[in-house]
Design a protein around this ligand. Structure first.
Ligand SMILES: C[S@@+](CC[C@H](N)C(=O)[O-])C[C@H]1O[C@@H](n2cnc3c(N)ncnc32)[C@H](O)[C@@H]1O
Length: 375
């Protein structure tokens, strides 16, 4: 944002994730607008962007801890609609939270929910979300979620719930106090699908973002424990609806993929090679998913362009993927699609290399690219 050659008073990030662009903008005195589909992440972003009185927060934390200590509930409540794997005795002998731990989590959620200040409720729920994996029987990495080694032998003292939560909340309150004087304290957070929410209503000088990559990484699935435990999902249908509203960057659910866009020779050639490789792909729908991903991204680029002021810039970081022997050059394809839709390509630079998936040998060979496009 600081390196922008044009003056910036409003900046857009249509894929907020954990809110990096928006928060950085606040520090730099630029009003951010950001969009996020995943409701847990949207709350996480808002928890970071909002302003608080740190004394009032400390007071609310005291109330939550007191209420938790008074709680005598001996069974987990609040999780009635969650999948059976969430809580012991689980499903097929596996569960994510031990029963005693789940009981304390529900007591903590109940205590937080009794606060009257909605900003405090959101912040404390998000902080609880941040410790959930630590106090569960699973770990989450770039490859997804798996059970810890020898998880069933690990006996977790349920008091770990309040300990970890209090530590996280105290750290957060100290940071909130330290960074309360941000150059801009305003923000606009839109919750939902950016393809629908990007309209011409507002004009931006700059867009800085990193969309999902066509690498079969499903952000909804990665945050499933937080989404179910904190009550953002209450049925399988909710889960499917959310997963289908994300960009076509994964094949894990059955869905209709949009047809590939026209305008990129690299995309056409790559898709033809992917179709020829279909018998060797780990999922036969990969060619359609990759084509659908670029259709989604062509639409996002079009909407971002419409939302920018004349000469406005978009700085976009994207990563390549590989399926069988076929490399998906995401940066190059998006640059070609953008140029066929009246954008001017100002720069295309490799910015770091990523490790390929274990199935592909895990070598550092996939690059991330920074694209700078101008309206
Ligand atoms: C690569 S991450 C963004 C990371 C972000 N730059 C950060 O620093 O945390 C992509 C994000 O896009 C979100 N997303 C996926 N499809 C979306 C859609 N249709 N509309 C809005 N957000 C979407 C995902 O939930 C995910 O959080």
């Amino acid at each position: 944002v600081n390196e922008s050659p044009i003056p910036v008073s409003r900046c857009l990030d249509p894929f907020a994730g954990s809110g990096t662009t928006a928060l950085a903008c606040q520090f730099l005195g630029v009003r951010p607008t950001t969009i996020e589909l995943n409701p847990y992440l949207a709350d996480l972003v808002e928890a970071k962007l909002a302003c608080y009185d740190s004394d009032a927060l400390a007071d609310s934390l005291g109330k939550v801890v007191k209420a938790l200590h008074r709680s005598t509930r001996s069974t987990p409540f609040l999780f009635r609609d969650a999948p059976p794997t969430l809580i012991e005795p689980g499903h097929n002998g596996r569960w994510i939270f031990d029963r005693a731990v789940a009981t304390r989590i529900s007591a903590l959620l109940d205590a937080i929910g009794r606060l009257t200040n909605v900003d405090h409720v959101r912040l404390f729920r998000v902080l609880l979300g941040g410790i959930l994996i630590d106090i569960s029987n699973v770990v989450v990495s770039g490859k997804g979620r798996r059970y810890r080694r020898r998880w069933s032998e690990r006996e977790l003292d349920p008091r770990v719930v309040e300990q970890r939560f209090s530590e996280a909340a105290q750290r957060a309150i100290a940071e909130i106090h330290r960074y309360s004087k941000r150059a801009c304290t305003e923000y606009d957070l839109l919750r939902g699908d950016c393809r629908e929410l990007l309209t011409r209503r507002m004009t931006y000088d700059l867009a800085v973002f990193s969309p999902p990559y066509p690498n079969s990484f499903d952000y909804t699935d990665v945050y499933n424990v937080e989404l179910w435990t904190l009550g953002y999902l209450s049925s399988r249908t909710d889960n499917t609806t959310l997963r289908t509203a994300t960009l076509c960057s994964h094949v894990q659910i059955a869905r209709q993929f949009p047809s590939p866009p026209v305008g990129s020779v690299t995309l056409d050639r790559m898709l033809a090679r992917l179709v020829r490789q279909r018998p060797f792909l780990w999922d036969h729908r990969i060619p359609e998913m990759v084509g659908g991903y670029f259709a989604d991204m062509a639409l996002v680029l079009k909407r971002v362009r419409e939302a920018l002021a004349n000469q406005g810039l978009a700085w976009i970081v994207v990563g390549d993927s590989r399926y069988s022997t076929v490399r998906v050059r995401t940066g190059r394809i998006l640059a070609e699609l953008a140029q066929s839709d009246s954008w001017t390509l100002r720069a295309m630079e490799p910015c770091r290399s990523m490790r390929a998936s274990a199935q592909q040998g895990g070598r550092r060979e996939l690059s991330e690219t920074l694209l700078v496009l101008q309206r």
